[in-house]
Design a protein around this ligand. Structure first.
Ligand code: SAM
Length: 207
């Protein structure tokens, strides 16, 4: 299973790096919430496109040990950061694993200074619930990560952002995350990415 996962996971990783890195600035503090084995955080830290002086850490409810970046254990209550302390907070395919996603999202939004970047699934398209559920199971069961099989619809993602009081900088209502063929069944509209900013804090300086 791991051998099958690797090329698919590597493709997804490249797509996520392309989406995330343009939003990182020199000297930023970046935290990858639910970093798992730390691959995404490490790839951001070492990508040649990442600006100078960026510090990337992971935060994880179930740290695995041996991750290639610093990982801060998190008990699911209050994150060990002040309000707006972290320039860029990333939460990639984590919220749908969390029994209390509103609390996790609130904490991510509280500590995010400039951006909260959310990558997750969405129920959009023919047999979307079934396709995502299979994908979720296949990607996580081998690693013992429990699945709740609960995903947002596009309108629930809008409500999610509005409840947090954050403004969209960029929203991708579909992403080509996987290699061709696999992409046609498990990619596209099943994937959602939003780069959010605290309400009124427009990074380009506009009101
Ligand atoms: C599917 S993995 C995603 C890993 C990584 N973000 C990535 O994109 O490759 C989900 C991870 O989120 C973690 N997780 C779930 N709920 C969490 C929470 N409330 N706080 C921190 N991590 C959490 C799980 O332990 C698991 O490692």
């Amino acid at each position: 299973m791991a051998l099958l996962h690797r090329p698919i996971y590597n493709h997804r990783l490249r797509v996520l790096l392309d989406a995330i890195i343009p939003h990182i600035r020199a000297g930023d503090q970046v935290v990858d919430v639910g970093c798992g084995n730390g691959t995404l955080a490490h790839a951001i830290a070492t990508d040649p496109r990442t600006p100078e002086g960026v510090r990337v850490r992971g935060l994880e409810r179930y740290p695995r040990g041996g991750e290639p970046v610093e990982v801060i254990p998190y008990d699911g209550e209050r994150m060990p950061f002040g309000d707006n302390e972290i320039d860029v907070v990333i939460v990639a395919d984590v919220l749908h694993h969390e029994p209390n996603p509103d609390h996790l999202a609130d904490e991510c939004a509280r500590v995010a200074g400039r951006h909260l970047i959310v990558k997750d699934h969405q129920v959009k398209g023919v047999l979307a619930q079934q396709r995502i559920s299979f994908l979720d199971w296949a990607a996580n069961a081998p690693y013992g990560v429990p699945c709740l099989y609960r995903y947002n619809t596009p309108s629930e993602w809008v409500a999610f952002r509005e409840r947090l009081g954050m403004d969209p900088v960029e929203v991708r209502d579909g992403m080509r995350v996987y290699p061709i063929v696999f992409e046609q069944i498990f990619g596209g509209s099943l994937h959602y990415l939003a780069v959010l900013t605290p309400g009124g804090n427009h990074p380009d300086g506009a009101a």
